[in-house]
Write a protein that binds this ligand. Sequence first.
Ligand code: GTP
Ligand code: MG
Length: 501
Amino acid sequence: MANSKYEYVKSFEVQDEVMPPNLVLVRIKTRDFRRFSQVHEFEVPNDEKALNLMNSCATAVLEEYPDIVFAYGFCDEYSFIFKKQTKFYQRRGSKILSLIVSFFTSVYATKWKDFFPHQDLRYPPSFQSHIICCASMEVLQRAHSGGKNSTEKRKEVKLNLPLIIFSQVIAETNMILVFGCWSNVEMLKGTQKQEKNELLFQRFGINYKKLPNMFRQGSCVLKTEASSLNLFLLLVEEIVKYNDNDTPVIRPRRKVIIIHLENIAARNFWNAQLCLVKELGCFRQEMNKIKPEYVKSFQFENKLMPFTWIVVRIDGCHFHRFSEVHQFEKPNDEQALNLMNSCAVAVVEELNDVVFAYGVSDEYSFVLKKDSELYQRRASDIVSAVVSLFTSIYVMRWKEFFPQKDLKYSPYFDGRAVCYPSSTILRDYLAWRQVDCHINNQYNTCFWMLVKSGKRKIEAQSYLKGTQTKEKNELLIRQFGIAYDTLPVMFRLGSSIFQDE
Ligand code: GTP
Ligand code: MG
């Protein structure tokens, strides 16, 4: 990003990393699943295709991010755990939760047709995500130290993944409840698991234990650890990145598998998975009796300061590569920018509290009104809703803007929310983004004109090094007959969106 006098606004951005050695867990949930499932006529209580689509998205997440070692999902939610030592984006909460939710959404929208070939997506699916900071073995060990002998200490130490395990308990309870709801909710009040099972059998002839495992137990996604016996079976070759000259770098990766388990809190399951033991630690106790209050204590909510302007800025991830792969025109692709604008308009229309949006290149800033109470100002809900919605619309509208080009892979964005206390500072924030747009665009226009005229990229770079605005304008006129100020205003100054009353 370019330097300008407005850069001071960056100091309003706050740090939000999950401190090690706590484990980072990201939980994703569909926004208004009731409506989404009704509109898309999902079968109740479980739609196998919808669950398989969720599983397929989770698998894609584990394949994309090597640091995620385990995921558990049921119904409309999925939870992802990062390995203990992860340094993924410096463990910044907002970055992580937005990236994962955006990638998940993008894959969901892209793969929809594979799972529902005869049904169109009637509106963009979107998800919300949260970070949960799980106490790891080390944290608990420290908390338990003092006054006890080592055997006692060892007994108490357990790997603490309450949310994941609690989710499975909910999965099962929900399942039984939903079946029951068809008849009479009153009948179910206060009933125990066994009674519900009997009720299902007597009234509906359903043997609960015979229902598909995926429905009853949810799905676990994990990476296999190759042992000497199955080395060749479990390693797959994958492109991990691209070199500067666009040649792929291929490395062997662990294979991602999906399994359904009666009890993911069981020691014998966790401790048998080399990958989980290595990256997360091992279970010393069964973790079945978990109370909801205990789980809730791990969720921290970052509420954004009241009566401040909230700005959610989203930015395309690795769009340098995305624009190369999809052959965007350089330096500006009008259709790509129109697509970004169209997504932003849809977000402004959907979220009433967004009063202004400003976009340039692969980024968009959404300004929420000062007294907004959207999601009670919870940062993760706001950021994830905006980034997920935007991503979903981007994928769904791609063909409208690029009828001749297929989406080669799922694009995704990251997001953050920052509070600005006064309208002057908010204006400076927007000015900062616009100055950035101007400086980058002017530079890129000169750079690509030089390259198109035969200069090598490195030559064009050194040619432009240290040049000021005036010199760049002169260069464009002198060498290429281009008056910079006559170029499309969208390229030079970015795009603004607001409701016209
Ligand atoms: P991260 O955001 O850090 O993941 O990296 P990034 O690759 O997305 O780069 P950054 O956000 O800093 O900059 C956006 C990049 O997207 C630009 O450098 C361009 O390479 C590309 N891009 C955005 N808009 C256009 C466009 O209209 N045409 C072309 N050709 N490229 C574009
Ligand atoms: Mg970017």
